[in-house]
Design a protein around this ligand. Structure first.
Ligand code: FAD
Length: 485
């Protein structure tokens, strides 16, 4: 019998699980996918918002500002890339200037520190590549950028290092209430638990309705992006948003923590909770929109596009509460943007709800907040590189030439707690395949390493989800002597 089951291993579920691992609790996190962060957490803008945008008094408003302030510390503990580069909301006319002044006022009420309205000259000085049409901007220096999937994986790893269990490819099919708690029926057997956190992203509505009548709805709103090659990120120094207008929120242009440039997203309401396909018309739309910010985006350096699904609730705010009909069942639903930014604060808030139910939790003295540091070969000095290769020659073998990723880094990403088991899982952990060729050259090598290290048949190594197989059978079935001239 578990004390707590966390359903959903996105940024919210992994943050909560890591928080739970600080206490004397038997905890498990489960997910239907074959990797951590395979839902919305792998496909978003990766911005840690400052927090001026959310309506005053909402959970979004309170938890965004708080979460933002917690980011630097948790990313330092877990050795995850996070850069506090600040954000601009640009204005190109007086109406937009009014809109950014409103945002400034709202930011003050949300207690966002150090914001400033910049003049045209100040904008030009800080961001020389932006459009000449810009007449001012709201500057929020506390905004940042992060790698959401790296963080989610690191949280899961640290939680597992501290005793939490992880069970992937485990889809919740039904939940039964009984006098001791719950029995969760999955495709991977039944799981008994006293308490449940429902962190299933776009599926939180369905999971909630397994134990209680409908109290909220969630529908998916898709957003699409372009990613440009490494190096292009230096076109801008900050996250650049457009001022919200009656036509929408506009498109953002931002560097990523790894030096790429990200353009997007649009917003499109859908029915299908699995539809993360990209479409040429929407990509053309975001490209055109980005020209209002800058005309200097080199779209010929686009290396890929992707789409993510916002979990939009009918209630308009985060839903973080114990179900009224199911004691000990806590919904963490409707976590659309700024969910990533608020995630550390959401986890604390959720644990407070659990403490409200079962009383003060016992802290584990042996909790270790740090995970084993990650060797990122290209970030080392020449002396450090030589030292690392001396200890383990696999760090001297480059597998991904676009991103300069070594075999040592890939092997390490496989063997950690919550390690990668798929080609994209390795790509998200140590970046082979993230570059210009998108795995065209290194993909087969990564598959060989995965098969060797996990002692699996190479045909069973998939790209991402379990249907995304790469190899089926040998193309040359005939033995040489059977081949006729
Ligand atoms: C286009 C876009 C841009 C965004 N930009 C930002 C941003 O810049 N900054 C920001 O703060 N936020 C942003 N967000 C929001 C942020 O991405 C989300 O708030 C966050 O990723 C939600 O995380 P989650 O863990 O709730 O959901 P998810 O990451 O979707 O995780 C839910 C998990 O539940 C699992 N699951 C579902 N059903 C079941 C089941 N039956 N059994 C077992 N497991 C199940 C799924 O497989 C999934 O892994 C953006 C979102 C989108 C879509």
């Amino acid at each position: 019998m578990y004390d707590v089951v966390v359903i959903g291993a996105g940024i919210i579920g992994t943050f909560i699980t890591r928080e739970l691992s600080k206490f004397d609790l038997k905890t498990i996190i489960i997910d239907k996918e074959n990797d951590i962060a395979n839902g919305t957490t792998k496909a978003n803008s990766a911005i840690v918002h400052a927090g001026y945008d959310a309506k005053v008094g909402t959970l979004k408003g309170k938890l965004n500002a708080k979460g933002n302030a917690m980011y630097a510390h948790v990313c330092e503990e877990l050795d995850v890339h996070f850069k506090k580069i600040g954000s601009f909301v640009i204005a190109t006319n007086e109406e937009e200037m009014d809109s950014i002044k409103d945002l400034y006022e709202r930011g003050c009420k949300n207690n966002i520190p150090d914001m400033k309205i910049l003049s045209q000259e100040e904008v030009r000085e800080m961001e020389p590549n932006l459009s000449e049409e810009i007449i001012g901007a709201l500057y929020a220096p506390t905004a940042g950028i992060v790698s959401p999937w790296e963080l989610s994986v690191a949280l899961a790893e640290n939680a597992a290092d501290n005793g939490a269990e992880i069970k992937l490819e485990t889809e919740v099919l039904g939940i039964e209430k009984n006098e001791k708690g719950y029995v969760i029926h999955t495709n991977n057997g039944d799981i008994k638990t006293k308490y449940i956190f429902n962190c299933a992203g776009v599926y939180t509505q369905e999971i909630n309705e397994m134990v209680a009548p409908r109290s909220f709805t969630i529908h998916p709103r898709r957003g699409q992006y372009n990613v440009l090659d490494k190096g292009t990120g230096s076109i801008v120094n900050h996250v650049i948003f457009q001022a919200p207008t009656k036509f929408g929120k506009g498109t953002l242009v931002t560097p990523t923590v790894h030096g790429n440039l990200l353009i997007g997203p649009d917003a499109e309401d859908l029915e299908d909770k699995e539809n993360t396909s990209t479409t040429s018309d929407r990509i053309a739309f975001i490209q055109e929109k980005s020209r209002k910010t800058t005309t200097k985006v080199p779209f010929n350096k686009t290396i890929t596009s992707f789409a993510g699904l916002r979990a939009v609730s009918n209630l308009g705010d985060f839903i973080i509460e114990e179900s009224k009909e199911a004691k000990g069942f806590i919904n963490v639903a409707g976590i659309e943007s700024p969910g990533l930014s608020a995630a550390p604060a959401i986890a604390e808030y959720a644990i407070n709800i659990l403490e409200g139910i079962i009383g003060e939790l016992n802290k584990r003295k042996e909790f270790n907040p740090r995970r084993k540091p990650v060797i990122r070969f290209m970030e080392l000095t020449d002396e450090e590189k030589a030292e690392v290769i001396k200890k383990d020659p696999r760090y001297g073998r480059i597998i991904c030439r676009c991103e300069n990723i070594t075999e040592g880094e890939i092997v390490d990403a496989i063997h950690r707690n919550a390690g990668g088991r798929t080609v994209d899982g390795i790509k998200r952990r140590s970046r082979p395949g993230m570059g210009r060729c998108q795995g065209g050259f290194c993909g087969p090598r990564v598959m060989e390493i995965l098969a060797r290290e996990l002692k699996m048949d190479i045909k069973d190594i998939v790209k991402d989800n379990k249907e995304a197989y790469i190899l089926t059978e040998e193309t040359k079935q005939n033995k040489p002597e059977e081949v006729t001239a």
